[in-house]
Design a protein around this ligand. Structure first.
Ligand SMILES: [Fe+2]
Length: 374
């Protein structure tokens, strides 16, 4: 996990309390790093907007180039990401052209492809994609990107090419705050058991398996799923069922903070309207296109999903996009979503840096605590 390499060595000792507004203090222990990043970057710093809970950098004059700024200030940006979970950069020139390289720089690795897909997106160029192409009247619930698998991007970059006429914000919510506001027994259950995601791919319903796995060859699907530890079973009529177990809670590799990191509330049928849910049940029975269970296969009840969704609602906040904005997000620490909108919204996404459940410390489970205490 290159992205965290330097930070782990220079551990952030006192991360800000999530949800407290960024205080604009750019001096302090990291001041000297700013001193060496050059005059051009200094120009951007005095205009920090301190009204949001994350640092906001706004170029004070034309000509401050995004890619150059990121190149010089990358250590500082990474430490801010670790401390605040996200950084907003606005008003810089060359943002569209410099977006991909900037995300790559901060994530310290190539941009990631969108594999094992869960939503429709289009490739714009290279591994820059459109954000999820759900109809504009739909709200996309908060989530950590690819938290339904055991392998996830560490850094997300969003580039606002065209802001919506109204709405269309990308709300953010701290995964730590969400976890802390949930009942402890529920958190313990998710931490101990993880989540099992079940998907049934019926012909002509939802995202086809060929798009999820980016191949039309069932044999290739077998190879991809086997390599990813996903159970894949074919049924009559070309129906595919996949089951994948992944984490419910993780520990941030740098801050050590426990984070709610799963997509149970997106996959569970309680996320659907009653009409859609009953319609799907009537036609497909238990073979729903998407479902989420505890990792041992036991059901998650609707009330738990309601508590999780309410926790996200309590902690989500947003800002209005402006054309040319770049938002960098620590994908483990901060969840994102999308508000409904009017107009021609176009927000691009790039992902970099790879984290896996196996590569970071797992939070102690109740059973492992018992055995270590005993
Ligand atoms: Fe997403």
């Amino acid at each position: 996990m290159l992205f965290y390499g330097n930070l782990i060595r220079r551990r952030v000792m006192s991360p800000a309390e999530p949800g407290t507004a960024f205080n604009g203090d750019i001096a302090g222990p990291r001041g000297p790093q700013i001193g060496r990043v050059g005059e051009q970057v200094r120009l951007a710093l005095p205009l920090i907007d301190t009204s949001l809970p994350i640092p906001v950098f706004e170029a004070s004059a034309d000509g401050l180039d995004l890619a150059i700024w990121v190149e010089y200030a990358q250590d500082y940006i990474r430490s801010l990401l670790c401390e605040y979970g996200a950084v907003l950069v606005r008003g810089m020139s060359g943002a569209r052209d410099g977006f991909a390289i900037s995300v790559r720089r901060i994530g310290e690795g190539d941009l990631l492809d969108y594999s094992n897909r869960s939503t429709p997106r289009s490739r714009v160029d290279g591994n820059v994609f459109t954000s999820t192409e759900y109809p504009s009247d739909q709200v996309i619930p908060q989530h950590g990107e690819q938290a339904y698998t055991s392998r996830w991007p560490l850094v997300l970059g969003f580039f606002c090419e065209v802001a919506a006429r109204s709405g269309g914000e990308t709300p953010l919510a701290s995964a730590a705050e969400v976890l802390r506001s949930l009942p402890q027994e529920l958190v313990a259950r998710f931490r101990d058991l993880g989540v099992q995601y079940e998907r049934w791919f019926h012909p002509h319903l939802g995202l086809p398996w060929s798009e999820v796995f980016q191949t039309a060859d069932p044999a290739k699907v077998g190879e991809i799923t086997a390599a990813a530890g996903i159970d894949a079973t074919w049924f009559d009529g070309g129906i595919l069922r996949t089951r994948e177990r992944a984490q419910g809670v993780i520990e941030h590799p740098v801050t050590g903070v426990q984070l709610w990191f799963n997509q149970a509330h997106l996959f569970h049928p309680a996320s659907l309207s009653d009409k859609v849910r009953h319609g799907l049940r009537r036609i497909y029975g238990d073979r729903l296109p998407r479902n989420a269970f505890f990792g041992d296969g036991t059901p998650i009840d609707d009330a738990a999903i309601g508590q999780i969704s309410a926790a996200f609602d309590r902690h989500r906040w947003s800002f209005p996009w402006r054309d040319g904005d770049v938002l960098l997000v620590d994908n483990l620490a901060v969840t994102h979503g999308r508000n409904a909108f009017e107009g021609n919204r176009r927000v691009l996404v790039a992902m970099a840096g790879v984290g896996t459940a196996a590569s970071i410390a797992q939070p102690a489970t109740a059973s492992s605590q018992k055995s270590s205490e005993g």
